[in-house]
Design a protein around this ligand. Structure first.
Ligand code: HEC
Length: 223
């Protein structure tokens, strides 16, 4: 065992004092350095107009999403829910024309719906998702999309529900990018019409038979 002599005690103490001075950072010169804060008058003379907050340089590219006050960004137009679907969406980095390439929009929407919504709302959107079936207890059940009210709701409503939440449902904005929300809206519309067909036309029946024939071999291949 080493016994601490008084000289060693002093040495130990001074190391402690020195270390705590370093850790606490006793220099304040960076804190008090000359600087201008936003919206301050700039007295350095660097900028002729004396404004500390500078305009955005020409050609600067916005990082993330620039939230505009239009139907595409909010789901609202002149204070009312829009029923217009955006003409162009950027899905997974690719610009998609929704008038000519709805299939791509649907595919993306289906995938995102399965990732972000179906565990609550169910794969059919009937409110019977897996966690609902397995005892997820809420004040109210996740909505069934196949009600007259929701069938008649403008597309903007679905975008807004995802953006801001609805009733006890939380906002999904942090999980689903804005344009992916529109893709999900398109997919919800498809779910709604698929669950609300009163009668098939002969052409539809023929198409379905053909589709079933085509689908059969790939179904087999999965098993
Ligand atoms: C954690 C479960 C959960 C998830 C995930 C979820 N929802 Fe919901 N959703 C709910 C619940 C619960 C309600 C009913 C809210 C209420 O009535 O207070 C609801 C309601 C809705 C409604 C009906 C609004 C109305 O006008 O009645 C829509 C549309 C909707 N959700 C869409 C979505 C979409 C799209 C997603 C995925 C991006 C999603 N939800 C993800 C639980 C969820």
């Amino acid at each position: 065992m080493v016994k601490w002599g008084s000289r060693q005690k002093v040495a130990k103490l001074s190391i402690l004092v020195f270390a705590s001075a370093v850790v606490s950072g006793c220099h304040t010169d960076m804190w008090y350095q000359a600087k201008v804060t936003p919206w301050d008058q700039d007295e350095s003379g660097i900028f002729k107009d004396g404004a500390s907050s500078r305009p955005i340089p020409k050609g600067a590219v916005a990082q993330g999403w620039d939230k505009l006050d239009d139907a595409h960004s909010t789901g609202f137009e002149n204070g009312k829910l829009t029923n217009k679907f955006p003409a162009k969406l950027t899905l997974d980095g690719e610009v998609v024309d929704t008038n000519t390439d709805m299939v791509k929009v649907m595919k993306r929407g289906k995938e995102r719906f399965h990732i972000a919504c179906s565990h609550c709302h169910g794969e059919l959107g009937d409110g019977n998702g897996m966690i609902t079936q397995r005892g997820f207890v809420l004040k109210r059940k996740p909505a069934n999309y196949h009600t007259d009210r929701l069938r008649q709701m403008p597309v903007g409503h679905f975008f807004d529900v995802m953006t801001h939440g609805y009733g006890i449902m939380l906002s999904q904005a942090s999980r689903v990018e804005p344009d992916d929300r529109w893709a999900i809206v398109a997919y919800i519309r498809a779910l709604q019409s698929s669950q609300h067909i009163k009668e098939f036309s002969p052409e539809d029946k023929k198409l379905m038979e053909e589709a079933a024939k085509k689908a059969a071999p790939t179904e087999e291949a999965h098993h």
